[in-house]
Design a protein around this ligand. Structure first.
Ligand SMILES: Nc1ncnc2c1ncn2[C@@H]1O[C@H](COP(=O)(O)OP(=O)(O)OP(=O)(O)O)[C@@H](O)[C@H]1O
Ligand SMILES: [Mg+2]
Length: 279
């Protein structure tokens, strides 16, 4: 097992994944640089979650290679638990322990997995609660929090494990619309702080404003990828254009800029995005 700091944070080469006869990932190649924010977009069933889950081996690839921070995840001898420790994962559902306070939710893995003492774990937990704006919820139980607060607590829990890479799978799609903004604000801050992030999202305004690179997937392949202003503003492929026209309010597609146009995207992050992602 070799570890080379100069390698990208995530490197994916010719990744294939099948579930029985169904080939879901059909040869995926891409990289995520250190400190880079990559947003993965695409229609329902295109393989976005499967791709993300392959990165920390929650799904075992059928073929291909994946390196995370220089360690080959697909090496049969990989010490998977130790590599996974450096990868935070935030799902649509928050998976907080309902019988533990927020503080205890944030300290339990630190203590059991990282063997931190109570005082240190609590200090780190409180620092991360402050980071996500939940200082006053340390002693609350998850059921006493809104969905957005629970998701921010889940992010703080991940951060308390000192991840080098954060994977997000539609972290806001289970939230009421008015709760989405606070979670995205936390994610923006994380990006500004230099966290390496791979984010599956249908929040196009977030992708446009925060991503260094947008990857559009369809049918188990990467159709196109590049800076958000190119992929979202001037997509080269018909499949990308057609997807964007379905997920964006048609009256606002023009604001992202169509091929041949030089329309500046609006500075505000309030680009309306409807929920027709699941088509
Ligand atoms: N464990 C599994 N067993 C069998 N098929 C699966 C499994 N997980 C995913 N699939 C199939 O793989 C395909 C891709 O699923 P995936 O969840 O990766 O899509 P997605 O792009 O994340 O979609 P969505 O936007 O709806 O979340 C789908 O056809 C799905 O039914
Ligand atoms: Mg998914």
């Amino acid at each position: 097992m070799t570890t080379t700091a100069s390698r990208p944070a995530v490197e994916i080469r010719d990744l294939h994944k099948s579930f029985g006869p169904l080939e879901v990932l059909k040869g995926i190649d891409f990289e995520v640089g250190h400190g880079e924010v990559v947003c993965v977009i695409g229609p329902s069933g295109s393989g976005k979650s499967t791709l993300l889950r392959c990165v920390n081996l929650l799904e075992e690839p059928t073929a291909g290679k994946i390196w995370v921070n220089g360690t080959e995840m697909t090496d049969p001898d990989v010490e998977i638990d130790s590599v996974r420790r450096g990868i935070g994962m935030v799902f649509q559902s928050f998976n907080l322990f309902p019988h533990l306070t927020v503080l205890d939710n944030l300290t339990i893995a630190q203590r059991r997995v990282l063997k931190r003492g109570r005082a240190e774990a609590e200090r780190i937990a409180r620092d991360n609660l402050a980071r996500v704006g939940l200082t006053d919820k340390a002693d609350a139980y998850p059921a006493q929090l809104s969905g957005g607060q629970q998701q921010r607590a889940a992010i703080a829990r991940s951060l308390s494990m000192d991840p080098k890479l954060m994977l997000f799978d539609e972290p806001t799609s289970a939230l009421d619309p008015e709760l989405v903004g606070d979670v995205l604000t936390v994610m923006r801050q994380l990006a500004e702080d230099g966290m390496t992030m791979m984010v599956v999202t249908h929040e196009m305004a977030f992708a446009r404003d925060v991503a260094d690179r947008v990857v559009f997937m369809d049918g188990g392949v990467v159709v196109e990828q590049g800076p958000p202003q190119e992929v979202l503003g001037a997509p080269q492929h018909e499949r990308t254009r057609s997807f964007l026209s379905r997920v964006l309010d048609p009256t606002h597609v023009a604001q992202l800029g169509q091929p041949g146009q030089s329309a500046e995207p609006p500075a505000s992050p309030s680009l309306p995005v409807d929920d027709r992602h699941h088509i």
